[in-house]
Design a protein around this ligand. Structure first.
Ligand SMILES: CC(C)(COP(=O)(O)OP(=O)(O)OC[C@H]1O[C@@H](n2cnc3c(N)ncnc32)[C@H](O)[C@@H]1OP(=O)(O)O)[C@@H](O)C(=O)NCCC(=O)NCCS
Length: 180
């Protein structure tokens, strides 16, 4: 992947103050449409969001979640690794740019690239996989750009607005990522 021109982002640890942005982003149905969230509006209350952030900070939910910051210090989203299988050295990636003004500018790619480097180097993973709804073309395009390969279709894997939708399972290996 050509990354020389990607906008710079910083991944930092979450803080309790991140909860408000996260709650605001959760009110935007375009942002949450393809995220694994409950079918109600808003998907989480302010209080639930605060508790979730605190769980992430305490790492009591198995997530390694980081806040995505622009070079100018704007908080624009989050990226995480979960289902971390240390025995087999793989984990599942999730990402969202919650502030839509930053969509389609390379921020998602930049954040994902940093998380992949961190996961492969610091967590010593061999494979980083993900699940993406098969109609989330925007995300699939980004994943392919970074080098993710389709592993298969998870049939009717998500119940979204009362309808079961397929998800693709995609992955990238450490050797593939660092050979680019
Ligand atoms: C999916 C998501 C993370 C992608 O992030 P993004 O920042 O919007 O997208 P990317 O980083 O891939 O940006 C690439 C796009 O920016 C454009 N771009 C503009 N400037 C760029 C630059 N300097 N470098 C790279 N790409 C640039 C590319 O041409 C590309 O546009 P295209 O898709 O029209 O070809 C984001 O849209 C999102 O959070 N969506 C909602 C939540 C979601 O669906 N999450 C995934 C669940 S599986």
């Amino acid at each position: 992947m050509e990354t020389a021109l990607l906008p710079k982002v910083q991944l930092r640890e979450l803080t309790p103050n991140d909860a408000e942005d996260r709650f605001i982003w959760s009110l935007d149905k375009e942002v949450t449409k393809h995220l694994n969230m409950p079918d109600k509006y808003p998907p989480f209350s302010r209080d639930e969001t605060q508790k979730w952030i605190e769980m992430c900070i305490a790492k009591s939910n198995g997530y390694e979640q980081k806040a995505i910051m622009t070079e100018d210090g704007v908080h624009i989203g989050w990226v995480d690794l979960k289902n971390i299988d240390r025995l087999n050295r793989h984990a599942e990636l999730g990402i969202a740019i919650g502030d839509k003004r930053y969509w389609g500018k390379g921020y998602g790619l930049s954040a994902m690239k940093q998380m992949l480097i961190w996961g492969f180097k610091e967590l010593e993973l061999n494979k980083i996989w993900l699940r993406v709804e098969s109609d989330n073309q925007k995300a699939i395009k980004s994943y392919k750009k970074i080098g993710y390969i389709e592993e298969g279709i998870l049939r009717e894997d998500r119940l979204r607005n009362g309808e079961f939708v397929d998800r693709l399972r995609m992955s990238i290996l450490k050797s593939e990522f660092f050979s680019k």
